[in-house]
Design a binder for this molecule. Sequence first.
Ligand code: M6R
Length: 613
Amino acid sequence: MCGIVGYIGPRNATPIILDGLKRLEYRGYDSAGIAVLTARGVELRREVGKLHRLQTLVENEPLEGNLGIGHTRWATHGAPSRRNAHPHLSENGKVVVVHNGIVENFLVLRDELAAEGAQFRSETDSEVIAHLIERFLSRDTGLVEAVRQTLRLLKGSNAVVVMSALEPDKIVTARLGNAGGIVLGFGEGEMLVASDLPAILEHTRRVAFLEPRQMAVVQRDGVEVFTLEGEKVALKPTVAPWDPVAAEKGEYRHFMQKEIHEQVRGLADTIAGRVDFETGRVYLDTLNLTAETAQRIRKIFITACGTAYHAGLVGKILIERIARVPVEVMVASEFRYADPLVGPDDVVLAISQSGETADTLAAMEEGRSKGAMLWSIVNAIGSQAMRIADGYISMQVGPEIGVASTKAYTAPLVDLYMLAVLLGDLCGVLPEGERRRLVNDLRLVPDLVGRVLEREDEAVAVAKKLKDIDNCLYLGRGINMPTAYEGALKLKEISYIHAEGYPAGEMKHGPIALLDEDTPVIAIAIQDPWYEKMLSQVKQAKARGAPVIAVATDGDELIPPVADAVLWVPPTPWLLSPVVTVVPLQMLAYHIAAMRGLDVDQPRNLAKSVTVE
Ligand code: M6R
């Protein structure tokens, strides 16, 4: 996952930046780079692979200067390579940019720049930012205004840090959404900029965080912060704790809240390097999947526990719809006792954040003993579920500390979507136009999630209403039925409120008897193929006196009159909608538990890794 460090002050920027990047290594990356303004002008050093390789390069070709920015990169657009590594230069080499996130409209921007004669040195989306800033600068605009005008053209959730040889007294940085934060560090006559707190704590504990759509002009002796519209913002630095674990929480109260917000960045990294937006193809190299093997698959058995199981339920719909391969989803604790009809032409696909869940590993063993091929989708690198599989997809979301799984739920949804597209392609059942459309939709995901996160206030308002309830029902249909299960699981495990997820169509067969004014119904009623049915379900719940909270699509005029509150989400391609609709439910559960004063990150009786049966 990408990391950023920048420095301006009296000291040599190089060791400070390299040390800061080292402290972000835990996030994972595949290349790294640094730019420093030296006596010779802006100089770059970039290297593929681990940071020590960049350090060796810098030892052999030293950099000395008081202004610099550095970056660790997970490839999104273009393979890991020196020329794709950040920082990126503008055409005249005077503007330098590092960037986290995905510029959704980069193809359009790049084509426009190319039509004006721009020459690109990399395949990245980030490079267009440097080119655009240079264009605006050449129109007699200062760096700050050139960055602002550029940012206005970018779509998506992005964090950007810019320096220029033309204005060596400043770093300009901005946060466009939730694709990663920007933290500013206030030193003695020096300032630091980073994507994450651990990168700068060595130098200062006085820090401030940028909000989405804010930009900062950082100089040696201080900082000015503006909205993207140019309005000045008062910044209140706080003192960060020394405790490295607490420091990792950054601006958040709990890991769970941080991890909910990290989903934008995690999803960008999940897509990173695995899709080619130009060809509309998916690459999941670690799965070791050939066309011949794909065409041989008779059935996929997805097996997992808890939240990972819910991801599997969505995966069934995705794989069957997109790749037309039959899928069965089984709770891992039941798998080995069910004597499942698994054979050599089948795949057992385990989903596990920890990769160490005893029941999931036992299900994999059962699959192995019956001759099936084993795949896994795993977050913990090097875990058992990764090691024993014939092929795996790693989640790329970084460590998940909160017991309640959040970013390790949305990442596998996207992994399963990519797997479905890959399978459909290899099996020859996915027409090219459809494949390109499905891949193109992926580009929207980080920003759609970011837009939901910006509405945390709505979840807080609903949490205030619901914090004292004893029971509630989550209803969904189709691809968002598992979202109802997951929303209910999130609430019950951290708030200890009894919550059930139910297929909405089943209500009339029994559970509707539970409804009264003390049993709220949380209904996922977005504009998807099941919308009409959900709308009628909401009306039925309302008619029984139950308070209704709806998750609905922006602009829907039929839901507000029949709901007591709405958690809004932006319009989303329906096959990807579970990635977006679960986010308000995660925030709702989090805020209810926090308002009840509970130990959100370590709820009673639960463990992060369940290594016993
Ligand atoms: O590590 P795993 O993904 O295999 O864990 C599976 C479940 O134990 C886990 O998802 C659990 O349900 C979480 N507490 C849910 O938030």
